[in-house]
Design a protein around this ligand. Sequence first.
Ligand SMILES: [Zn+2]
Length: 251
Amino acid sequence: MKQKETLLNSLRPNGNGKHNGVHNHNKKDQEKLENGKYEEMGDEHVATSYETPMRDDAFELSDDTKIKLIEERFREIMDILGLDLTDDSLNGTPHRVAKMYVKEIFSGLNPENKPKPTMFENLYKYNEMLVEKDITFYSNCEHHFVPIYGKAHVAYISSGKVIGLSKINRIVQYYARRPQVQERLTMQIGKELEKMLETENVAVILDADHMCVSSRGVQDTSSSTITSYYGGKFQEENTRNEFLKYVDMRK
Ligand SMILES: [Zn+2]
């Protein structure tokens, strides 16, 4: 972990008894922030690592505490924007957003929510490719916190283990429910399936729309982004083409 200070420290009240809600950047971060590097990097959607960058103390706070703290801070954001929080329509928004973050759209940050795989022995000796295509997923861009959504196509060739089909969908959903970049999401799904299935013969394609590209920035509404992960036999052209044929993505 890069940051030394803990989440609890950053939430500790400062001298005047108020919470210091702003996370303390270190000097290098501060410099980057000042010369606009963060913004630049965000718009290029560059990921820094394949593991989601998490702090060591990420789960020291309970879900309920997180919801309470996020609610307070989201209320502040709305307030700063000048919204009237006494309005009946807006009053419950901070709580709704906080609960949605922790319990739904970012629930995949917590390893406790990781699906437990139901694995079976490959008794019927099906040694061909299995393809699960058009799995709908919803994620959020970690640079802008707006949706990334699209379809995942997943394939594997069994090494003796098979996985319940709905579990493939659940693994996709679990990793999607994090602040993400599409490349990392693709790799996390691929690597997880490799581990569970005990085979490198795994392929993942994600075809997604990014709201941060369509609704802001360059405002391109027709482009989509395709990322892929090919392990083991899928690195061979024949196997890869067979998969692409099934998902109808051959060139
Ligand atoms: Zn973005």
